[in-house]
Write a protein that binds this ligand. Structure first.
Ligand code: IPE
Ligand code: IPE
Ligand code: MG
Length: 242
């Protein structure tokens, strides 16, 4: 038994319940190979599959993936179009495996701005997996942390009307965010060398552990995934206490 397998057994209750990934570095990975950025995004989708397999087997219950930010619309039309097609590929190719794994597909972000063809596929994936319970895969798509908080405040104000200020507190606003049923991420992993959140999970990251690696997202392999988990298990989370 590998050292990690042993630790997973012994420290099962300390394992992260929710790991979130900022999948960065696809473009640079492709550039390194003198290939178009789209080649990197396809390789990025493969890396996402590896994470789902590996951490799914480990028994992590929620995996979130930052796939398209509210700022990514600034990229070329060509790249945006390519990124808008990736969810379609994922659902067309991976639905059988998701079903086999008992994985449920959900989304964070403002989906009202997503092209119809993409949104139809995303909804199809969500519907088909709605009864699955072993693993939640949350894709953040047209997601921005600030946008999510503003949408939440608006929804809460609409519901509470004049009582809004009275009702406004952390717990209740949290219920108006995209997925109040999910635990906050215990761990946020960013590949690609940048050490920033880029508008990801601003509310939910309050006490997340952060892990940054220079590796480009498409280079993510099981060895690094093991290292990330081992590193997390070594940390001491105090949440402001002693
Ligand atoms: C993927 O990495 C993240 C997405 C926005 C899809 P990038 O496309 O940002 O790759 P780099 O950072 O330019 O290398
Ligand atoms: C963050 O990556 C967004 C996603 C991974 C979807 P970016 O490449 O867009 O972030 P910046 O521009 O380097 O901050
Ligand atoms: Mg980037």
């Amino acid at each position: 038994m590998s050292q990690l397998e042993n630790r997973i057994k012994v420290e099962r209750e300390n394992l992260p319940k929710h790991i979130a990934f900022i999948m960065d570095g696809n473009g640079r990975w492709a550039q390194q190979r003198k290939m178009p950025r789209s080649f990197g995004h396809n390789a990025g989708l493969d890396a996402m599959r590896r994470v789902i397999r590996f951490y799914g087997e480990v028994g992590i219950k929620v995996l979130s993936f930052y796939a398209f930010s509210t700022e990514n619309w600034k990229r070329s039309q060509r790249e945006v179009n390519f990124l808008m097609n990736l969810p379609i590929d994922f659902i067309e190719q991976d639905l059988p495996e998701l079903m086999e794994r008992g994985a449920r597909l959900i989304y964070s972000g403002d989906l009202t701005k997503i092209p119809k063809k993409t949104l139809d596929a995303m909804r199809r994936g969500e519907k088909a997996t709605a009864q699955n319970n072993d693993l939640i895969i949350n894709i953040a798509f047209n997601y921005g942390g600030r946008d999510e908080i503003i949408r939440g405040i608006r929804a809460m104000a609409l519901e509470h009307k004049e009582g809004f200020l009275q009702a406004l507190n952390e717990e209740d606003l949290g219920k108006f965010l995209d997925h109040p049923e999910l635990p906050d991420p215990d761990l946020i992993v960013r590949t690609g060398g940048e050490q920033r959140l880029s508008n990801f999970f601003l509310w939910q990251a309050a006490y997340s552990e952060l892990f940054f690696t220079e590796e480009y997202w498409p280079d993510l392999n099981e060895e690094l995934l093991e290292k990330i988990l081992g590193d997390y298990l070594d940390r001491n989370r105090r949440f402001g206490g002693l």
